[in-house]
Design a protein around this ligand. Structure first.
Ligand code: CP
Length: 335
């Protein structure tokens, strides 16, 4: 193993040539809920070994040679789709990006018929984003290949939580014992839900901060402390994770105005100063500058980990594709 969830863990940067064993016992990756800490740690350790590979001139390691990946995104994406494509290519797989806008979905073909059709072409891994919570889980029951949830409605976005955890672990050397504030539109956020599951499983304390209308109805049951006053909520936190207002999932008005939202919940220097010395800022993207975060903070390399999150996204997705491919028929570690 090249890392662990202990306070003194190093932050290794391997070259992907080490064989890292990962105790992962699932055919798919549909969510963080249901994973145990040693599976999460295994995926992060393997991802760590891929960071160095992606920083080399020769970024390829043909572990998935001969395998076919299909990206099937029913919602827009920049980071997730591009990084799964890069991850697949760096591991030597053939990758196909299905454009839903020009597919037969526009002629009324259903999600399941689309999936069954693609399945008949014998892909090895299907990476799916959909606007309905539970849709990816349903699809996984209809196909023979491995399925990765790239975000389903407001339910889960497991690879985002894994890349966030890797970013945190590399910065702090641990996850356990840290206090993480997840701020803004928590109610509609699959990123928040996956992060709550992962970070609490790994021993972090979670705070949710936002206006009452944008907090999930069962926030306390998720094991988090809840704050509607951002300054109070930020006192003593190590990580401030900002979220975008997900207007595409809102029916009706959740806020009096964007101006008032920024005044009360937008992260600026004055509010950030309530966090611990050495605290950092994270954001899954896409960002709305001047709505949930001040531009200068987002771009401050001393405190913003936002670009590192994007880099870790490729490494984490390489790890996930590698591990799922080991469980495919004719899979298993290759030298
Ligand atoms: N964080 C995230 O999922 O970004 P994209 O929507 O660009 O994939």
């Amino acid at each position: 193993m090249t890392g662990s969830n202990s306070p003194s863990a190093p932050t290794p940067t391997g070259t992907g040539t080490e064989q890292v064993e990962v105790p992962y016992n699932h055919r798919h990756l549909l969510g963080i809920q249901g994973l145990v800490p040693r599976e999460i740690t295994g995926l992060l350790d393997l991802a760590d070994s891929y960071v160095g590979l992606s920083r080399q001139v020769d970024k390829k390691r043909p572990l998935l040679k001969g395998r076919t990946l299909i990206n099937l995104f029913f919602e827009p994406s920049t980071r997730t789709q591009a990084s799964f494509e890069l991850a697949g290519k760096r591991l030597g797989a053939d990758t196909v990006n299905m454009s839903v806008r020009t597919s037969s979905v526009t002629k009324g073909e259903t999600l399941i018929d689309t999936a069954v059709t693609l399945n008949a072409m014998r892909p090895d891994i299907l990476i799916v984003r959909h606007n309905s919570s539970g849709a990816v889980d349903l699809l996984a029951q209809k196909v023979d290949c491995a399925v990765v949830n790239a975000g389903d409605g407001s339910n889960e976005h497991p690879t985002q939580a894994l890349l966030d955890a890797l970013t945190i672990r590399r910065r702090f050397g641990r996850i356990e014992g840290l206090t993480v504030a997840i701020c803004g539109d928590v109610r509609h956020s699959r990123v928040a839900r996956s992060n709550i599951h992962l970070l609490s499983a790994m021993g972090a304390r979670i705070r949710l901060i936002g206006p009452p209308t944008l907090l999930p109805p069962s926030a306390e049951r998720l094991g988090a402390e809840v704050f509607t006053d951002m300054r109070e909520g930020l006192k003593g936190v190590d990580i401030v994770m900002m979220l975008r207002l997900q207007s595409e999932r809102m029916e009706g008005n959740y806020l009096p105005s964007l101006r008032e939202f920024y005044h009360l919940y937008g992260l600026d220097r004055e509010k950030f100063d309530y966090a611990n010395p050495g605290a950092v800022i994270m954001h899954p993207g896409p960002m709305n500058r001047g709505v949930e975060i001040e531009s200068a903070l987002a771009d401050d390399p001393e405190i913003s980990l936002i670009q590192e999150q994007v880099e870790m996204g490729v490494a984490v997705r390489m790890s996930v594709l590698d591990v799922l491919s080991r469980r495919l028929p004719n899979g298993g570690p290759k030298q």
